[in-house]
Design a protein around this ligand. Structure first.
Ligand code: C2E
Ligand code: MG
Ligand code: MG
Ligand code: MG
Length: 291
């Protein structure tokens, strides 16, 4: 170990390594405080249903401003997972989002379905099902409004536990979405073994879907397969009209990305929900009659 090497032998790598460890230790401490003080905020990224050209939901994304600087979730979620803080973080997110959805519904808005990112660690934690059900009771929200978003990592690790948790919450009425699809093992057979309602095609496929034929045909194959399993498909990270066109042709049902909207603070979501209530709702009614 570095300690055993003795203080006189300073390795060339010691300094940068210590700096990065130091940053993590500080981050962990500050994250703990931020969670306790409820300083973390949720932003919500709107999701667009292509057939109706209307808002159909949001993805809740956590935001942390520390000493006036935004810290990327990619960084602090990683630290939280390594230190076990992720359990509290996920609980915090679940509570905040359920409260928000309940408030929107009480105000008469239609937020569609709201997706929550849940770490694979939390899903496998004993008591997760009870925790989610308790949050549902506390906030009295219809579980159909909530989509629990997990990555493939969950499916790889603990097949039986994960599957049972998914089935139990599905029975309660919650929905499941598989995030970042296509980045991991993505064995199509996995999809059949779990009760997913939605599949989210990863941004890395979408980035060049309009110029890379392989990614375009991969995207079409994923959409076709999902459809045959009765799973809806959403594409993440859609930024341009060129990407959108390919997705429309491929029969993709929903998109999320800067092309439609970045993640928004709650006040901006409410503005959008107010527009939706006045503009898009009559359209929904028309389509319902046509079906
Ligand atoms: P993710 O779940 O795959 O979320 C999508 C990420 O892409 C988000 O980054 C979002 O802001 C970003 N994004 C959305 N549209 C676009 C686009 O058109 N272009 C580009 N370049 N980026 C786009 P974010 O918010 O930084 O989150 C990063 C990751 O951190 C998430 O990936 C998710 O894995 C994790 N995360 C975020 N919020 C939470 C949370 O509340 N709980 C947990 N457990 N994890 C979270
Ligand atoms: Mg996600
Ligand atoms: Mg994603
Ligand atoms: Mg992603």
């Amino acid at each position: 170990t570095a300690k055993g090497a003795g203080k006189s032998q300073i390795s060339r790598f010691e300094l940068p390594m210590n700096a990065s460890i130091q940053r993590r230790v500080t981050l962990e401490r500050d994250l703990r405080h931020a969670l306790n003080d409820r300083q973390l905020q949720m932003y919500y990224q709107p999701q667009l249903e292509l057939r109706r050209a209307a808002l159909c939901g949001f993805e809740a994304l956590i935001r942390w401003q520390k000493d006036g600087k935004w810290i990327s979730p990619l960084e602090f979620i990683g630290v939280a997972e390594e230190t076990g803080l992720i359990k509290e973080l996920d609980q915090y997110v679940i509570d905040s989002v359920f409260a928000q959805v309940a408030q929107w519904l009480a105000a008469g808005y239609d937020p569609g379905e709201v997706a929550i990112n849940i770490s694979a660690f939390s899903v496998q934690e004993p008591g997760f099902v009870e925790l989610i059900r308790a949050a549902r009771d506390k906030h009295a929200i219809p579980p159909e409004r909530i989509k629990l978003e997990v990555t493939e990592g969950l499916l790889m690790k603990n097949y039986d536990v994960a599957r049972q948790v998914m089935l139990d919450l599905k029975q309660t009425g919650f929905k499941w979405s598989i995030d970042d699809f296509g980045t991991g093992y993505s064995a199509l057979s996995y999809l059949r073994r779990y009760p997913f309602d939605q599949l989210k095609i990863d941004k890395s496929f979408i980035d060049d879907v309009h110029i890379n034929l392989e990614n375009a045909s991969m995207t079409r194959a994923i959409i076709g397969m999902a459809r045959s399993l009765g799973i809806t498909v959403i594409a993440e990270g859609v930024e341009t009209i060129e990407q959108l066109n390919v997705l429309l042709q491929a029969g993709c049902e929903q998109i999320q990305g800067y092309y439609y909207s970045p993640p928004l603070p709650v006040a901006s979501c409410v503005q959008l929900l107010q527009q939706d209530a006045t503009l898009a709702l009559p359209q929904i009614v028309v389509n319902r009659d046509l079906r």
